[in-house]
Design a protein around this ligand. Sequence first.
Ligand SMILES: [Zn+2]
Length: 469
Amino acid sequence: MGTHPESCDLLIRNGYVVTMDNGRRVFPAGAVAVNEKRIVAVGPEREVAAAWRGHRVIDAGGAPVHPGLIDGHYHVTMHGTRGAMSDDPAKPALGGAGGVSPYGQWFNAMTAEDEFASAQHASLEMLANGYTCFLEAGTVFDTDAVAEAVEGVGIRAVLGDPFLWDLTGGMAMASELDRAPVDLARCLSAIGRECRRNDDPDALVRGHIAVYGSGTASDELLLAGKEAADRHGVVLNQHQSLAPGGVAREDERLGRHPFVHFAELGLLADNTTYVHLNVLREDEVEAIAGSGMSAVWHPANYQFYAIGTAIPPRIPELHGRGVNVALGSDIAKLWTIGEGPLIGYLLAREWGGYLTAEAMFEMQTRAAARAAGLADRIGSLEVGKRADIVIRSRALGESHPGLNPVQEMVLVGRTKTVDTVIVDGETVLRGGRSVRVDEGAVHAASRASARRLAEITGQSPGTIWPETA
Ligand SMILES: [Zn+2]
């Protein structure tokens, strides 16, 4: 140790630093030092500032400083469907009587430009809400267009090969997409292609194995997915057990409950991530607990699809039993990205459970990093990790009186107080605005794309009130 401070690119000082490290340490008068793309020091400001001199210094004004948030499941090309798909449960967007479902039509009508526009809009909205990474659901056709959009905004994404499915009968949409036929041979030739992105250790957009799931994959496809995930060192990710109807069909096809089946196939492991898990029976809870798998929870979708009229939520219990639970937004249709913690907290309470604000925050950070297969690089503020950092503001009333800054931030202020976001050591959001893209242009492109797609697909969105010219 020399007596003079070493220089680094950036020193963030005067922060209430929430590290999310193994000890969940918090430094109320903390600092973070960043050099190039990585964190080089985290701790009490008196120690960090004595050891490091930043070329650039950001004064956090006493506000929380924490790792970038991570969305565990997002359909990034469906962001433009907001307002197009009806919020009326009598008009289901995922299918219903006859014809191609509204989502199916939308997927069929999208061009690469539409996917780019939606991904840019979604990424920008994520960034403004303190999100620096998301795990895509494997529902992008033109992954290069989406990668370009995401990288332009300056956040991370983990993409999958498009629509890997080989069974009909599990879900209507699986037989609706012109460009993604239900076909094992197609899937086996595509599987793992997105993992080529991981050859570049600095890639912001990486690849993983996404099988669509929810009864649309044969055992052969799932086992091929697991083998590919093991070989590439990534996660295998799929939808599972969204709603009672689909799960009943799977029970019948498999002759047992889906998670019991997956456990016997060896598909519940440290590198497998399942999304939804709204419908779980006792034997499935037992199979999941202790398996090492990750669960991605959409508490808003559990409510939106009225699952509670059929079966209680089991995720709070899984969390209590040590299962790695992350939050995902799926499609931010009636909510925006970052509202999961409040919704999840209240959902647990409604059923007599209790998840702390800290638990909800963990689901947005280190647990989500693990669910995305990136626990070694993001999800906490620790020396050696990538510098994905959010700096809050104390300008809003929701940041006060400051007796419990974590609870204020996670449940009360939520993402309103996000001020500055740093990804891979680079400031990409300052004062709540992107420093990389023209926000007006991004929004204009998304509006034009959504309007065109709504027209092609025959959606007639709009308020139920008369709009008078
Ligand atoms: Zn989904």
